[in-house]
Ligand binder design. Sequence first.
Ligand code: APR
Length: 247
Amino acid sequence: MIFDALLLDRLRSANNVVFFTGAGASIESGIPTFRGGKDSFWVDFDVETFATLDGFLNNPKQVWQWYAQRRLQIQGLQPNLGHQVMARWQAKASKVTVITQNIDNLHQRAGSQAVLELHGNIAQYKCVRHHPVTTSVDLTVSEPPLCPQCGTLIRPNVVWFHEALPASTLNLAEIASFESDVFVSIGCSMDVQPAASLPYLASQCGAYVLQINPESTDLDEYAHCNLRGKSGEVMPKLWEAVWGECL
Ligand code: APR
């Protein structure tokens, strides 16, 4: 793979790099994306049922079991080469921020530090009144437990549709985006706001925007460079080209 000289130059000289990831960054670990492919979640499962508060309140048992099953599946999967490259980049370069829409914890398991999780984390829980659950949660129970503080249903600590993103995390992500010299969007369909606005914010503030995705998205025309390929294949090659080292 031959990379554009300007891209390599910008990456080598960057003081601040942002890696911004979506479901496409985890598909090579075995987690389906939400949209697009035939095995995508929102092709097989109803968004209103499985990704809204009303869906949960209407079918708590079914939604609880769906997330418990997903969590167990994710626990058995491993970070892929794309995650590993991002973690190594963070250890090597001066300032690298990982912002993710993914809830799967794979960046952290690959070694990335201080990951900004815009859509929460499937391994964490809170009640519907947002009291955090600090004790371990038994995934074998078939119905959501009740919050010891207020008695409401416990749910996964993920952001569902029509819900606000965690304000402090979004704020840090916006700051990292507008301070970035290079902003790399990896495996994001750019269909879900407000996360999808981050690359545009970075671009408006002068960042060089690189997109890595096998398919085109709305970001194509704004990105300075579009690399059509898979995260787990492009990222190791990009690492070698920028740092002159094999993984
Ligand atoms: N490498 C990189 N990108 C890939 C790969 C791959 N190997 N395979 C697929 N993609 C791309 C697809 O082309 C698509 O553009 O990943 C993108 C996945 O898109 P979505 O499924 O829409 O995922 P995402 O953008 O993360 O969704 C945003 O939607 O339902 C919500 O909360 C959920 O965080 C999620 C949000």
